[in-house]
Design a protein around this ligand. Structure first.
Ligand SMILES: [Mg+2]
Length: 121
């Protein structure tokens, strides 16, 4: 079963998305800040990171830059505010495979997740 870590400072989004993804057969967990996310990633292997870019204090770009200090064996999809193309491009430059704009449409999110997980590294 593929494991997805959701990182967003909005705990309600984390809970809802986690349940939605569990229902379609993924194994999930979530973190509501950058530090917890990086700690989690250092302790267990994940297949996909769903990463909110906008978080108070340390944001998604901080997580991406920390990850880029070493190679990591999973893909990242970033969550951005609607139409924040600039951030999405910057995240892609930092290694994100794709992006989803918030508020997300679950069916579209699922298509993106499946597409990203199928891609060869
Ligand atoms: Mg946020």
């Amino acid at each position: 079963m593929e494991f997805i870590l959701i990182v967003d400072d909005d705990i309600n989004l984390c809970k809802v998305l986690s349940e939605e993804l569990d229902e379609v057969g993924y194994s999930t967990n979530f973190a509501t800040n950058a530090e917890d996310a990086l700690k989690f990633i250092s302790q267990r292997s994940i297949d996909l990171l769903l990463l909110d870019l906008k978080m108070p204090e340390k944001d998604g770009f901080f997580v991406l830059s920390e990850l880029n200090k070493q190679s990591y064996p999973f893909k990242t999809i970033v969550l951005t505010a609607y139409a924040d193309v600039k951030s999405a491009i910057e995240a892609a430059r930092m290694g994100a495979s794709d992006f989803i704009s918030k508020p997300y449409d679950f069916d579209e999110l699922l298509i993106t997740i499946r597409k990203v997980l199928q891609k060869d590294s």
